[in-house]
Design a protein around this ligand. Structure first.
Ligand code: CS2
Length: 498
């Protein structure tokens, strides 16, 4: 079929094939600057906002997408060439595809090319929200100290070169300083990352930086900036070359970087916006007073569940999450982890239904059409483990409760960090801490708990006898008997705790 490059000019030509934005994009003003225009932002906040912009009375909430890092150049160039447009392809549970072109990103900027332009955009009077998807590791938090990591060379760079920043902290500081100088009113900094208390985390990390970089700005921030917490959710695998060619062949859309995702979506937000906000509740977001129960449920069940499936599945040699989720013994392992280790920790949460959440999670993980990459899930595990799994373990240890499954997954991660699956095939490990993970994984061959030495990931976990024993036992067992046999054993409670 004839295909058309996705851009403003060609929109009407593809209208017969897919839904397109029905609002006049030229009339939309930028009210949100969003940093991190990867797949998740585009399947989530940008999608909700696109739906809202179909209400013609709403014209103030267009998004300016910012590509912050050097390696974001491809997404910047793609969106720039496509006038900010992209196709969202929802992979439904029955295998059908629902496609629509999303139009809420009305501008794009590439920060390394022109830092000042980004600072000025963040400081412009029409911008009321600066939202972020900068990944768990992007917050520069050190688990060992519980503080901002000033040793990060990029942070040092930003302190030395305030006018040419590289990190989000340098950018926000410059932008807020300019807002203050221009006498502007408040602004909201809204994290959309998977972090418990993501608003609190953003505030704490930013203020740590500002206290050193620009101390006079601290009191202005206290008064003029809010940092709402939020739970964000939509499984969004990396787009594959097949997704791109299918879209072209079946719908005639030549989109260099469409986004694929699951049908489920959820966004629960604390209603604390300093300068107004879009009425996202009109398109399905929930505004609540306290998001903590929703965050805990999501991070400790969904995200942790993903890590469990990813690490165990990788060692077995699987490529996608559905393969792991549909393996009966991994599935039983995951259910036991959720039931005996996570649910007791979350039991007191008000306002959420854990049972139905767990049922829906297993269905989402098992969706064979999503093909979420195990490599994606296992990437940056060193930033994910402290957020997704450690809170469960620490809470369980406090009450001397079960931690065997978490210890088993941690041991499996140590073995994964050696770099090969059970068949000796090289694993594609992407992790900022890869060298130290490997070093400790090698040391673990003689002394298994060496892996737990990495305090910036595990904190003081090594001090727990209960955990180190379970970890050591699982480690030795996996080395001796192989991953699959050990999963079966732990499921039938036949693990030989030496
Ligand atoms: C995943 C998340 O990165 C991960 O490990 O668990 O990206 C997950 O897919 C999203 O949080 C779903 O909302």
């Amino acid at each position: 079929m004839t295909s058309y490059k996705l851009n403003n000019l060609n929109l009407s030509k593809i209208e017969a094939e897919v839904a397109i934005p029905k609002y006049n994009r030229d009339n939309i003003k930028t009210g949100i600057v969003h940093v991190g225009i990867g797949g998740f932002h585009r399947s989530h906040e940008a999608f909700y906002t696109d739906q809202l912009l179909h209400d013609e009375s709403i014209t103030d909430w267009g998004i300016c997408g910012v590509a912050l890092l050097d390696f974001d150049t491809k997404i910047y160039q793609t969106l720039k060439a496509q006038d900010g447009l992209y196709t969202l392809v929802v992979k439904e549970l029955d295998g059908s595809l629902t496609k629509r072109v999303v139009g809420s990103i009305v501008e794009v900027l590439y920060a390394p090319e022109n830092p000042l332009k980004v600072v000025e955009k963040m400081a412009s009077s029409s911008v009321k929200i600066i939202s972020l998807t900068i990944t768990e590791g992007g917050y520069n938090y050190d688990e060992a100290t519980g503080e901002f990591n000033f040793e990060n060379p990029l942070i040092q760079h930003d302190l030395d070169n305030p006018e040419a920043p590289k990190t989000i902290f340098g950018y926000l500081t410059q932008a807020l300083k300019l807002r203050k100088e221009n006498g502007l009113q408040g602004v909201t900094i809204q994290s959309c990352d998977n972090i418990q208390g993501n608003g609190h985390m953003t505030e704490k990390m930013l203020l740590s930086y500002v206290k050193v970089a620009e101390p006079e700005l601290v009191s202005w921030i206290d008064e003029h900036v809010s940092f709402p917490n939020a739970m964000v959710d939509r499984i969004t695998p990396a787009t594959s070359p097949v997704d791109i060619s299918n879209l072209k062949e079946t719908s005639g859309i030549d989109d260099a970087w469409p986004v694929v995702c699951e049908p489920f979506k959820q966004w629960v937000i604390e209603d604390d916006f300093k300068a107004g906000r879009p009425a996202w509740e009109q398109v399905g977001a929930q505004f609540v007073e306290n998001v903590e129960p929703y965050e805990k449920m999501k991070l400790q069940l969904l995200n942790a569940g993903h890590s469990v499936l990813g690490i165990l599945g990788a060692l077995i040699g699987y490529d996608t999450i559905d393969e792991a989720a549909n393996n009966p013994s991994i599935n039983a392992f995951l259910r036991a982890y959720m039931g005996t280790e996570v649910t007791p920790v979350l039991n007191d949460l008000k306002g959420v239904n854990l049972e139905s959440y767990e049922v829906s999670l297993l269905q989402r993980f098992g969706n064979v059409y999503i093909k979420d990459q195990i490599d994606r899930i296992c990437s940056e595990s060193s930033a994910k483990f402290p957020i997704f799994i450690l809170p469960t373990v620490n809470a369980q240890l406090k009450s001397n409760n079960h931690i065997e499954h978490a210890a088993f997954v941690t041991a499996a991660w140590a073995i994964y960090s050696l770099g090969e699956d059970k068949n000796g095939k090289a694993l594609n490990i992407k992790d900022a801490m890869k060298p130290i993970l490997k070093e400790k994984a090698i040391a673990s061959k003689d002394n298994p708990t060496a892996f737990l030495d990495i305090e910036s990931i595990f904190g003081k976990l090594k001090d727990s006898k209960l955990f180190t024993e379970a970890f050591t036992c699982a480690y030795k067992d996996i080395v001796k008997n192989g991953i699959e046999k050990c999963i079966l054993e732990i499921n039938t409670n036949r693990v030989n705790f030496i």
